[in-house]
Design a protein around this ligand. Sequence first.
Ligand SMILES: [Zn+2]
Ligand SMILES: [Zn+2]
Length: 118
Amino acid sequence: MKRKYICIYKKMIIHITKRYTSIMQCSCCKKILDKDKFSLKNEDKKIYYLHCNNCREKLKTSRPDKQKQEKQRYEKLKKDARIECNCGSVYVAFRDFHILRHLNTLKHKAYLSTKASS
Ligand SMILES: [Zn+2]
Ligand SMILES: [Zn+2]
């Protein structure tokens, strides 16, 4: 009797998890959709993409733009961050280590030493 009860219970669990796992919420558009609206990331392990097929298509088409924008932003940053040092060097610095790197160049060190001796 007890055994049978456990068996039914197990069946119920399987039934519930089956029902539950046949739907997924897209982490992008937040819609709750059937799993067939998602693609498998790993077929053996039954791992699905977190974004529904619809959102993945959208992302795919918008991604090249994003990359281009990133590059443009970077180019602009590089242009805006030109530093003309007293040592005569013109260099690009938009991070601390760029400045540090310049301060360690021979040209800058030479400039410092001539300044110190005069
Ligand atoms: Zn989606
Ligand atoms: Zn310098």
